[in-house]
Design a binder for this molecule. Structure first.
Ligand code: UD1
Length: 422
């Protein structure tokens, strides 16, 4: 298994280019199932997760090819049997979003219930309820959702009891080809939802209100092909910004959308990190002090502070000048990085959904283990700011979501390398 070896202590300086958003890319890929014409996605990241989704789509009969490195063409001309087996679904939750499009195209489907990062129970009840409201009959049998839409998908009024990114996207993917109008209330407002709606509209769908809590979809009978540019990855951009806050330095983060990270910039200003908006695609992070100030943070659905940056923020707080309280409101078990950060000398106490981090002047390198995707990059950030050598094990978690992490960090001056072990 590969590991990443980091000699901490170097400041980060220079420029880093952000990729397209993994979380958006996965749902855009699922959208290709909705049309028999080709979809071309540009600014596509090349990650373990996008490859995994490509395998599943190929199994479902989609012709998937990579062109020019950052472009992917998906053509669902004629689909195979609508069956998504456990082995092609279990590693990643976003794969479950193929169910709605398969029902829209084929009227029935059998899709394994998903796996994904071990950050709490993460059920799919809201996904299933939304589909049921659209006239789908669903039986859960031996770990599979066996679904039939005997009269086709029907437009519906769907009120989500709480905000779910995945369920909003799933309902959207199903509703575009449903008969009549669908209204989603209490919909997620993440930029990835707007990105999906933009792509669907480019394919001929009639979606309005994406980015607000009420999304209206007027069903159409078929969708065409389209070319769509994947929105920049706000989590990758935020991760590099927090890495600079941890190590010190001066970095231009390019090809991102700083407007999608307002809640992060607010917290970074609170900890005395310099955030300069250079233009609509570029932000500059300047960290002059060796130690940031401490500040509290609470994760919230967009436009609040993203849960996917909570671990990285905690890594920064480990060396802050003071104590901070970090409250996780989205997932019930998302502090698995805390004990690993403690191995580097961090002082963290977890009480349920709250962690108290007392900043230490120095962290010390140690062997550590990645536990989930965002947690693992928080360990990298902490190791970059620690004295001495750290080894991050189980780095396959990182490969799910961060393209070229070592290459990008090395270019910024970090002493980081991947050691391949057979
Ligand atoms: C997506 C992102 C993930 C991010 C999360 C929250 C992708 C591939 N993943 O995950 O990186 O951390 O949004 O911003 O886009 N829930 C239910 N029932 C459901 C669905 C969700 O109880 O049917 C719960 C979840 O367990 C969680 C909360 O709702 O506690 C929010 O989850 P959700 O927004 O759905 O996250 P994902 O779409 O899985």
């Amino acid at each position: 298994m590969d590991k990443i070896v980091i000699n901490g202590g170097n400041a980060l300086n220079g420029q880093v280019r952000i990729n397209g958003a993994k979380n958006s890319a996965l749902k855009l890929m699922a959208a290709a199932l909705l049309s028999d014409a080709p979809i071309t996605l540009t600014n596509m990241p090349d990650l373990a997760d996008t490859r995994f989704m490509a395998h599943l789509l190929a199994h479902l009969g989609v012709d998937v090819s990579r062109e020019n490195g950052t472009q992917m063409r998906l053509h669902a001309k004629a689909l195979a049997a609508p069956f998504a087996p456990y082995d092609l679904v279990r590693k990643m939750r976003a794969t479950f979003n193929v169910l709605g499009p398969l029902l829209a195209r084929q009227g029935h489907a059998r899709v394994s219930l998903p796996g994904g990062c071990a950050i709490g129970a993460r059920p799919v009840d809201l996904h299933l309820k939304a589909l049921e409201a659209m006239g789908v009959q669903i039986d859960l049998q031996e770990g599979y959702a066996v679904a039939n839409a005997p009269k086709g998908l029907q437009g519906a009024q769907i009120n989500f009891p709480f905000v779910s990114v995945g369920a909003t996207e799933h309902a959207l993917l199903a509703a575009v080809l449903a008969k009549g109008e669908t209204v989603l209330e209490n919909a997620a407002r993440e930029p990835e939802i707007t990105d999906l709606a933009n792509c669907l509209n480019a394919m001929g769908a009639k979606v309005t209100g994406a980015g607000s809590a009420t999304i209206t979809i007027k069903g159409v009978s078929s969708l065409a092909g389209a070319t769509h540019r994947v929105v920049p990855d706000r989590i990758e951009a935020g991760t590099y910004a927090l890495a600079v806050a941890a190590t010190g330095g001066d970095v231009l983060i390019e090809n991102c959308d700083p407007a999608h990270l307002g809640a992060l910039w607010d917290r970074m200003r609170a900890i005395d990190s310099g955030v300069e908006h250079v233009d609509a695609q570029t932000v500059r992070i300047i960290q002059k002090n060796d130690r940031c100030a401490a500040a509290d943070v609470e994760t919230q659905a967009y436009p609040g502070f993203p849960t996917d940056l909570q671990a990285q923020f905690m890594a920064v707080m480990c060396r802050a000048n003071g104590a901070s309280i970090i409250r996780e409101t989205i997932f019930e078990n998302r502090f698995m990085h805390a004990p690993e950060l403690s191995r580097l000398g961090a002082d963290i106490t977890v009480h349920g959904r709250e962690a108290i981090v007392r900043g230490m002047p120095t962290l010390h390198g140690a062997p550590i283990m990645a536990t989930d995707l965002r947690a693992s990059v928080s360990l990298v950030i902490a190791a970059l700011s620690a004295k001495g050598q750290s080894e991050v094990n189980r780095v396959y978690h990182l490969d799910r979501g961060f393209e070229g992490l070592e290459r990008k960090l090395s270019a910024l001056g970090a002493d980081i390398k991947r050691v391949r072990e057979t």
